[in-house]
Design a protein around this ligand. Structure first.
Ligand code: NCD
Ligand code: ZN
Ligand code: ZN
Length: 442
């Protein structure tokens, strides 16, 4: 069968550097990359940057059951507008994703509504369901402590649950906090929340996991101490934009209440340096929307979590522009490493990969406004921050965001996580921050 060829021209990130080139796309897949190509349709982005689509391995789109906060349509629209073309959604919905039946129902629901491609985690929590869910290819999420949704498992039960998982499997993604180290206080401020669920709870939980000899992926790491536990155990890890950019001294009140907590400025700085230097594999949003009403109660009763899927890449592109982060590191953390970790045929601009592409005009700095974002929750902890939102986003060759507006929706497909390829070294190439700093000429 012959497919029409779409050609995108621009400065694309190919094999570690930016090249002015033409990307040929047929049937949703990159079919050729040349200096020039004549397609059935050519779109010339001039010197705008073309990056691989973002892959966010940690979002909460709240469907089924909590759709007053978010649903699969609004969540995936928000993702697309922020340059994310694949999301992995968490299982703490209502009902939670703990059985094969719930998993299959959720795959079906999301398939009807998603604007970007998606994977769905099942909670590692029910012994009899684990092998059935693994048979269906579900990636797993493990909660070691109580957080929104209450799917936590006592550490002693974890080895029993892992028994039914093949030894080589996409890594189990873990919310690592050890409740034995929590302090019994009713925190009233972000600093008290930090003290109530201290850094030590996180690192101690990672140490418990280490003893289980599995390939875990530790999500939302927040401290140097935890990173040391992660590297000594050979696990992979991710960090959120809020733990990289915010700390517990910010006047956010309960809007900034999240698990694990925002830490002290010195801790934030250490984690930033680890991320920028490639010691943390992945950037993931932990997009956890709650309504403003739910967040407006007193601190102790407010739910934990904040939205972030739409602002993650735009805030970081702004950091690249100010030379605080190298662009190749950002691409590595939001596209290459997540694709490798979950075994996806995405994440790189390469012949044979899905044509998930994001076009960026590095001059287009705007301010984040909660009311203008596409999440149902309508607020952000980054109100007024500068950011660079994508101009255009392609999902498997389909234009889903054009000039900052939704161009097409509901074409997202389910992706299976596969056994990951060998873990390569984090990128240590010379940086490409210059591409954004100097600003690509228009
Ligand atoms: C998340 C949520 O609201 O679902 N909350 C949070 O504070 N991060 C759950 C989680 O990831 O722990
Ligand atoms: Zn969590
Ligand atoms: Zn989460």
């Amino acid at each position: 069968m012959v497919f029409p060829m779409l050609v995108l021209e621009g400065r694309a990130f190919i094999q570690g550097s930016f090249k002015q080139c033409a990307i040929g796309i047929e049937d949703g897949v990159i079919s050729s990359i040349k200096k020039t190509l004549h397609g059935d349709d050519n779109v010339d982005y001039g010197e705008f940057l073309i990056l691989p689509g973002g892959i966010d391995l940690h979002v909460h789109f709240r469907e089924p059951g909590l759709t007053h906060k978010e649903d699969f349509r609004t969540g995936t629209t928000s993702a697309a507008m922020g340059g994310i073309t694949t999301v992995f959604d968490m299982p703490n919905t209502m009902p939670p994703t703990t059985t094969l039946r719930e998993y299959e129902q959720k795959v079906e629901m999301a398939g009807r509504k998603a604007c970007v491609d998606f994977g769905l985690y099942a909670a590692l929590s029910k012994p009899r369901e684990t092998s059935r869910l693994a048979g269906a290819g579900a990636p797993f999420k493990l909660y070691m402590a109580q957080t929104t949704g209450g799917l936590d498992v006592p550490a002693d039960d974890v080895p029993g649950l892992l028994k039914d998982l093949p030894p080589v499997y996409p890594p189990v993604v873990v919310h690592a906090e050890n409740p034995a180290k929590f302090k019994a206080t009713d925190a009233r401020t972000l600093r008290e929340h930090d003290l109530a669920r201290p850094v030590e709870a996180e690192s101690s939980s990672i140490d418990l996991l280490k003893a289980m000899r599995r390939n875990f992926h530790i999500t939302h790491v927040t401290s140097e101490e935890s990173l040391e536990s992660v590297s000594s155990s050979g696990f992979t890890s991710d960090v959120t934009p809020h733990h990289l950019l915010l700390d517990c001294t910010r006047p956010l009140g309960q809007l900034g209440k999240v698990n694990p907590p925002l830490r002290q400025p010195s801790e934030r700085e250490a984690v930033w340096n680890a991320f920028a230097g490639g010691r943390i594999d992945i950037l993931a949003s932990d997009h956890a929307p709650h309504t403003e009403e739910e967040k407006s109660v007193n601190f102790a009763d407010a739910p934990s979590g904040l939205p972030g899927v739409e602002t993650m890449i735009p805030l970081m592109l702004r950091k690249v522009r100010s030379s605080d982060l190298q662009l190749d590191r950002l691409i590595n953390a939001v596209a290459e490493r997540p694709a490798e970790l979950m075994g996806l045929n995405k994440g790189f601009i390469e012949v044979g990969r899905d044509a998930d592409l994001v076009v960026v005009d590095s001059h287009s700095v705007t301010k984040v406004r909660g009311k203008k974002l596409h999440s149902k929750c309508g607020w952000t902890a980054f109100e007024g921050w500068e950011a660079i939102f994508p101009l255009a986003v392609y999902l498997r060759g389909n234009l889903i965001v054009d000039k900052g507006e939704v161009a097409e929706d509901s074409i997202g497909e389910h992706v299976d996580a596969k056994v990951p390829a060998k873990r390569p070294e984090p990128a240590k190439k010379p940086g490409f921050g210059a591409a954004l700093q100097q600003g690509a000429p228009r």
